[in-house]
Write a protein that binds this ligand. Structure first.
Ligand SMILES: Nc1ncnc2c1ncn2[C@@H]1O[C@H](COP(=O)(O)OP(=O)(O)OP(=O)(O)O)[C@@H](O)[C@H]1O
Ligand SMILES: [Mg+2]
Length: 338
């Protein structure tokens, strides 16, 4: 399928497009800023820059919620813009491979298909791949031959836990938990501990700077919030410990779900998983405490990656480029209901 094939991973926070001809990934915020309900003000990274800074008349939103399309009109506008940036004007002549979450309804899956046709793609040129398969390929695994791979993709609004074997998905569970929910918990904790209101961008910064695997241990960071009583801005030093505590409950939900999947995994597949450990992907996967909790609870080694947020799109790149994986992308099954 190589040639002029385009890969698309529509994440809740980030939209990733791979252009095979240029060998390039475009990775921008999946956000749109609208003025007065129908005028596009900004898209992608430019819309994100305006987030939490705009007057009431401009609304900044993400058209994907919890991994599925929530606002198809905005998503269509945004996808067209991003495709124009990545591909130029040859949208109609390109082939497409798009990733979709596994554990969603047929109607939700179908919306991805409709979306891509609405942007101008030709029906017979559109294929789909389930995200966990692309994830595993993206970090270099031989999905076709491995007999037990445990993949956990922790993104912005979702955590998808899957067991793969011989090119297929044996078990999977989609949780509505990801980096966005962690940010919300951090906001709530700062309010409770310090009576300060902070924005989502500040919460995300605290999480990344203080709690990532590459963060210095026992760090702290000074932020500016607005006092709940006085309404005045105030500086406050926040320690990594407070931020970690805010996220712990959600980490536990992910750990419990991973354990449940492992308990249901057929023993024939479990031996590979024991040898290889867990593969952690998605932008929220390198949080030190979460990695520790997962390893401890499952007694498995955790494999974490740099650029973990691009594992799905890198997997699609391999499907396009490496012939042995081309069968992993398939037509939308529910097309028969046309
Ligand atoms: N270094 C980091 N440490 C912790 N969290 C991070 C880091 N880098 C990115 N994130 C978080 O990762 C999330 C984005 O990840 P990703 O791009 O995988 O999500 P997505 O694909 O848009 O969402 P989804 O797959 O849930 O639809 C954000 O919540 C962001 O805050
Ligand atoms: Mg994702």
């Amino acid at each position: 399928m190589a040639g002029n094939t385009i890969g698309i991973d529509l994440g809740t926070n980030n939209i990733k497009i791979y252009n095979y001809a240029k060998k390039q990934v475009l990775n921008e915020k999946n956000m749109i800023a609208m003025e007065g309900g129908n005028t596009i003000y900004a898209t992608g990274d430019a819309a994100f820059d305006m987030f939490e800074r705009t007057p009431d008349a401009i609304k900044v939103s993400s058209p994907i919620n919890y991994g599925v399309i929530a606002d198809i009109d905005s998503m269509q506008i945004l996808l067209k813009k991003m495709l124009a940036k990545s591909v130029g004007h040859s949208i109609k002549s390109c082939n497409y491979i798009m990733s979709v979450p596994t554990d969603i309804t047929e109607v939700e899956k179908r919306a991805f298909f409709d979306l891509i046709l609405m942007t101008g793609a030709k029906e017979r040129k559109v294929l789909f791949v389930e995200k966990p398969i692309a994830d595993a390929l993206g970090v270099g695994l031989d999905v076709n031959h491995a007999q037990g791979i445990l993949v956990i993709d922790i993104g912005a609004d979702t955590t998808e836990i899957s067991v793969l074997s011989l090119g297929g998905i044996v078990l999977s569970k989609l949780l509505k938990q990801g980096g966005n929910q962690l940010d919300e918990s951090i906001i709530a904790m700062i309010k409770k501990e310090y009576n300060l209101n902070i924005g989502k961008k500040t919460a995300e910064l605290l999480k990344k700077e203080l709690c990532s695997l590459d963060a210095e241990p026992a760090q702290s960071m000074t932020i500016v919030g607005r006092h709940v009583m006085t309404g005045l801005p105030r500086e406050q030093e926040i320690s990594a410990d407070v931020v970690e505590r805010a996220m712990e409950e959600q980490f536990q939900l992910i750990v419990d779900a991973a354990k449940m999947i492992l308990e249901r995994t057929p023993p024939e597949l479990a031996s590979d998983i024991i040898d290889e450990g867990i593969y952690l992907m998605g932008g929220s996967s390198n949080l030190a405490k979460l990695v520790d909790m997962l390893s401890l609870a499952t007694e498995l080694e955790a494999n974490v990656y740099n650029n973990a947020d691009e594992s799905v799109i890198r997997g699609i790149e391999r499907i396009i480029a490496e012939k042995e994986f081309s069968k992993l992308a398939t037509e939308m099954k529910e097309k028969i209901y046309y």
